[in-house]
Design a protein around this ligand. Structure first.
Ligand code: FMN
Length: 184
């Protein structure tokens, strides 16, 4: 299968980037074709400007749409920041999953245009998942990110894999357990 991995973390040696590398490495071991788009290192422009809003995707956003056209599976990896995506990833969603490419709408009701493609969502948080669930925050993440962004665009969301309690200086054993989990 053709896999496209899109990852957003400003620090190249972060845990998030480590998960992305392990995931990519495992796909290759399994004989899949994969491309990784590391949004910060490639200097992706996350601002949806007026010209593009009116005329459609151009430049790096148009290239990113071609990446998705060519992929069977899109895997998106980012830390939860204020329970949401880093602005870099939000900008990717704004510019790339654009009207006419990822969705259309009639009388305000959205229909996805990317059906037939699969998606995997990988997120991280500092907070423990049970705390996010108990507070209702996890439901908000699922409604706004899993459903409103990815399912609304027509993706078959295979899995939302979440890594919680990720803090600086994770004990080695915990880090290794998480790397094994993303590989599996
Ligand atoms: C700007 C910012 C906002 C954050 N907001 C949240 C949050 O709302 N909930 C949470 O559990 N963790 C939050 N965190 C913690 C990150 O999710 C966590 O540190 C990250 O997943 C760890 O991955 P990393 O080591 O690759 O950075 C935030 C971190 C930053 C920098």
């Amino acid at each position: 299968m053709n896999h496209l991995i899109v990852v957003a973390h400003p620090v190249e040696r972060s845990f998030t980037m480590g998960l992305a590398d392990a995931f990519a490495d495992e796909l290759e071991k399994l004989g899949h074709v994969r491309q990784t788009r590391d949004l910060y290192r490639m200097g992706f422009d996350p601002v949806l400007g007026g010209q593009e809003l009116v005329s459609g995707a151009s430049g790096d956003a148009a290239q990113a749409q071609d990446d998705i056209r060519a992929a069977d599976v899109l895997t998106v990896i980012y830390p939860l920041w204020w329970l949401s995506m880093p602005a870099m990833m939000k900008g990717y969603v704004d510019r790339v999953l654009a009207r006419g490419f990822a969705y259309g709408s009639k009388k305000g009701v959205v229909h996805g245009l990317l059906s037939g493609k699969k998606a995997v969502l990988i997120t991280l948080s500092g907070a423990p998942l049970p705390l996010l669930v108990a507070s209702g925050n996890w439901n908000a993440v699922q409604v706004l990110q899993d459903t409103h962004v990815f399912r609304s665009s027509g993706f078959d969301l295979l899995e939302h894999l979440h890594f919680d309690e990720v803090e600086p200086d994770l004990p080695g054993a915990t880090a290794e357990r998480n790397m094994a989990r993303v590989r599996s």
